[in-house]
Design a protein. Structure first.
Length: 246
């Protein structure tokens, strides 16, 4: 999806208020649990955990919540086991959809994801059926501040290690390799850039345009998937109009 849609998505989530923030915190908590199980509870030696903690802070997740999630995953506050699963499929109009999940019940999640997709005119596919049409990239978003010069931010981002910068009216969208994301974030923050989000996303190589009849059904499918607690992120290759961007 475009950088502009990424920024609009962030704004929409902010506007949804406390309920949406609570759901985001729950999902980040699951990411922390998986990261701790895989690489330990010390962000200094677990780069994945470090990245998720940054994401949590950029989403204004309280430090107490972050600490509690780490302790819970470490077994100090009970046993937690989540599995990362990636589902791929098709929405209306031949659109490509990737659904990134963390779940403690694969059968439940698979059934729910399949139901959401088929109910809205799509179909669940097999592994790699659409992911080859996407690139895996680190995506960093900085809200544009008054008086910031485009050339200055562009040069700072490139010097920080970003591969590309997309300049929007309200934000700067910076792209990196997944392995370089944490380094670029540290360099940008050291350079005084205030970040809004930073994470690894699936970016479509090309986008498609749906008809006026297909688009509402597609958006309802995305909303249904994103409301599910097991779904961490939904990626797609649909070009969305400004007022409805995902």
């Amino acid at each position: 999806m475009s950088g502009h849609s990424k920024w609009n998505n962030i704004k929409q989530k902010k506007a949804k208020g406390d309920a949406a923030r609570s759901k985001v915190f729950t999902k980040i908590g699951r990411e922390i649990a998986v990261a701790v199980k895989a690489g330990g509870s010390d962000p200094a030696t677990n780069s994945t955990l470090y990245s998720i903690i940054q994401k949590a802070r950029l989403n204004n997740m309280p430090n107490d919540n972050i600490t509690r999630s780490i302790k819970k995953a470490s077994g100090e506050l009970g046993e937690v086991n989540y599995e990362s699963i990636l589902y791929e499929g098709y929405g209306v109009g031949g659109s490509a959809v990737i659904v990134d999940c963390l779940t403690d019940n694969k059968n439940r999640t698979a059934g729910d994801v399949r139901s959401f997709i088929t109910k809205h005119g799509g179909s669940l596919g097999t592994t790699n059926c659409v992911s080859f049409m996407f690139d895996r990239k680190g995506v960093i978003v900085a809200e544009r501040q008054s008086g910031q010069e485009e050339d200055t931010i562009f040069e700072l981002a490139i010097d920080a290690g970003a591969d590309d910068v997309q300049i929007e009216d309200e934000a700067f969208i910076m792209y990196t390799s997944p392995t370089n994301l944490n380094t670029v974030v540290k360099n940008l923050e050291a350079g005084g850039v205030t970040l809004v989000s930073a994470q690894v996303d699936w970016i479509p190589q090309n986008t498609i345009v749906l008809s006026d009849e297909q688009l509402p059904k597609f958006l309802r499918m995305i909303d249904a998937l994103e409301e599910d607690d097991d779904v961490q992120n939904v990626y797609h290759n649909v070009e969305l109009p400004d007022e409805d961007e995902e």
